[in-house]
Design a protein around this ligand. Structure first.
Ligand SMILES: *Cc1c(COP(=O)(O)O)cnc(C)c1O
Length: 373
């Protein structure tokens, strides 16, 4: 093997949080040391909510302490019960939120093209207990939103989107947050836009606003009145301040991500053993992830991950194992496409300050590794 310069290079992680200038963040949090208003719907939270309604193109954005609690809160607010149809090809949070709220997840397979829920298999899973569909815009790939909407309307189901990967994505010129009854966004440090930890619910129906506010802050409505059995999912001012520093940089970060993705595409598109992520027509991506599917059996993917690690490059089996195979679940589910993809997918390093030299190094190592006997 002849990649000596690679062996001397510093390790490359799969992701690296985008950070504002230190001074910019300090300026943003300085007033808090005077006001001592650190949480409970403070000035930064209110300002960030308002800024996000513009970015997400919806009249209502509620900030929460993280994306997972946003999902659990949405399940409460939408009044979901019984069964909810969802995808097994997602992060633990999506399924956990349902199960922790006493709902039976019903797993619908994914389509092998963009890895989102297979809308042709949805209707067969609807029973009299079904109250909603919980699809995931996985990797920022947009679900088949029109068809999901049509099915939901026909059967009177709610639609809650897990849009944790899809911040800033548009479909036919329309913000992704405008589809379904509610969309959940995650602002975890590893996401394209972050507030360290954080999350949001975006929705068009103002009737949900009071219910979200109650759920997020113990159901408290005044000094002597508690009107609902709410929990605590408030975003604090330090989180919101980080968001307000990061938000103006978001478009620029997406541009940098896009250039990296285009470089990966150019270098890897003709490698016959790989299948690259397909971005649909009419979708403006946020370039959140770079998933590569290794054709052949699962061993090829696993060996490639080890080979990359030997060269100081850390990719991630995102998502493996499938939720249905978690030790805490072991659900029976007929999801062959999800299983196929989960066994073969690897997400490659992608973050705004990944240099083109690093991308080339990663591609060299992949091509070299694929050519091994
Ligand atoms: C990150 C993520 C979540 C959870 O969000 P947190 O902010 O980490 O709680 C949920 N679903 C998906 C698909 C995610 O990637």
């Amino acid at each position: 093997m002849n990649l000596p310069q690679h062996d001397l290079a510093p390790p490359i992680q799969v992701t690296r949080p985008s950070m504002p200038e230190f001074e910019a963040y300090v300026e943003m949090i300085r007033p808090l040391f005077e006001t001592r208003w650190l949480s409970n719907n403070g000035a930064h939270v209110r300002a960030l909510e308002s800024e996000l309604t513009d970015v997400l193109g919806v009249p209502y954005v509620s900030l929460l302490t993280n994306g997972h609690l946003a999902l659990e809160t949405a399940i409460d607010v939408l009044g979901l019960t019984g069964e909810v149809i969802t995808t097994p090809f997602t992060f633990a949070s999506t399924t956990h939120a349902l199960v922790r709220k006493g709902i039976t997840p019903v797993f619908c397979d994914i389509n092998p093209i963009d890895y989102t829920i297979d809308v042709t298999k949805l209707e067969a899973l609807i029973t009299e207990k079904t109250t909603a569909i919980l699809p995931v815009h996985v990797y920022g790939n947009v679900c088949h939103v029109e068809e999901i909407d049509r099915i939901a309307k026909r059967y009177g189901l709610k639609v809650l989107y897990d849009a944790a990967h899809a911040f800033g994505v548009t479909h036919d010129g329309q913000s992704i947050a405008t589809y379904g009854d509610m969309s959940m966004f995650s602002f975890h440090a590893t996401k394209v836009f972050h507030t360290i930890e954080g999350g949001a619910l975006a929705y068009r129906d103002g009737a949900f606003k009071t219910a979200v506010d109650l759920a997020v802050n113990f159901g408290i409505t005044g000094p002597e009145s508690v009107e609902a059995v709410g929990g605590n999912a408030k975003m604090n001012e330090f989180q919101a301040a980080m968001g307000r520093c990061n938000l103006p940089r978001f478009r620029d970060d997406v541009r940098k991500r896009r250039a990296i993705v285009e470089r990966y595409d150019k270098r890897l598109k003709d490698v016959p053993t790989l299948r690259l992520n397909r971005r649909a027509e009419g979708t403006e991506s946020n370039y959140a992830y770079y998933p590569v599917l290794f054709k052949g059996d699962r061993r090829r993917r696993d060996e490639m991950m080890d080979w990359l690690a030997e060269h100081g490059i850390f990719a991630r089996k995102y998502f493996y194992p499938l939720v249905t195979d978690f030790a805490c679940y072991a659900f029976e589910a007929n999801v062959p496409n999800a299983k196929y993809v989960s066994d073969r997918i690897l997400t490659l390093p992608l973050y705004p300050d990944l240099t083109m030299e690093m991308v080339d190094r990663i591609c060299d190592v992949i091509i070299e590794g694929g050519n091994r006997p």
